[in-house]
Design a protein around this ligand. Sequence first.
Ligand SMILES: *Cc1c(COP(=O)(O)O)cnc(C)c1O
Length: 402
Amino acid sequence: MTQPIGELNPPVRLMLTPGPSSIDPRVYRAMATPLVGHMDPWFKGCMEETQILMRQIFQTENRVTMPLSASGSGGIEASVLNSLEEGDEGIVAVNGVFSERMYEIGIRASSKVIKVEAPYGKPVDPEDVRRAAKGKKIKIIGLAHGETSTGVFTGIEAYRKLADEVGALLVVDTVASLAAVPLHVDRERIDICFSGSQKAISAPPGMSPITVSPAAEEVFRKRKTKVQSWYFDLTTAMNYWGKDRLYHHTPPISLIFALREAMRLVLEEGLEARWERHRTNQLALIAGLEAMGLDLLVTNPADRLPTVTAVMIPGGVDDAKVRNQLLDEFNIEIAGGFGAVKGKIWRVGLMGYCSQKANVLLFLAAFEKVLLDQGFRVPSGAGVGAAIRSYSQVETAAAVSR
Ligand SMILES: *Cc1c(COP(=O)(O)O)cnc(C)c1O
């Protein structure tokens, strides 16, 4: 006889990673409420509310706004497959693993997508994209607003200008930035914008909020061929999320409950206050890390993504040992690097519910202890001290402006 398998009892971790983030208890409660059918009239009202909340967070009036039943990568897949047909030309600004994924999906769709690259730790220069677009019929320009693999932020304005010049749709991956970094889909005229439920929105993983402009809808309508993916065909998916409410596939109803509650929390706090919270906490984290003698991958402060901070691993320090000790001794999870920066950086996430002063101070204290144990000398208390000073500067400035 094999041993009976025990009741599920996961450890309680603080997930200071680039996703998933830890979750507010209200979101767990919403997820545990009784299931209703996906065609139930009551659920239709709940779907409508979910879409209303989502439009407010994206800051858009786009009709096509819904959660895809997929993780963030499903959002990339849907955006690319719906907008490109075989042989169509497009450009993706690639500066890390996730923007590379958008390019890869374009190639698999047999379109002629080209990538314009930047070194890891920097945004792609829009001028390089402009040069690459010369003489081509570019249908989409894609980029990651926040490139999570390196912690790089890319501003949208220059890309919108470019997309206007070449007549392309602008496709923006906001998986790591929505609800943490200023974003106005309508004002910035993003044609297709998608995100993930488990990052700064702080719902469980498994849903990808997406919004599509009327201009992009028009491009979808003019397709000569069907979208290769039945599941991610946005026009048929909208028959369910639109006014007809026709069955398409059974959505993850409990996840929609959770996402709805997480979005309510975002709007209760207010988008502006939430953006400011992410900025303030990252500034304190960075002040602490620098005071500990650590370097950051992203050297230009304007290029830093507020949700993910990439820290250079000092020479002689073992990447995995540090991460394992943080987990074993403090129940804190941080991430390593992947792709070209594997073994070179740690990535500390401060996303959504995790972006809190208490977490920043706890992490810096724990990190000092672990680094000392692993042979890296840190001036005693330097990280926490610098973070506290960073917070008090922000508080003083706020008091003055009041
Ligand atoms: C996490 C992430 C993704 C992928 O999301 P999954 O939920 O892991 O599929 C895509 N793009 C960016 C910018 C991300 O941070």
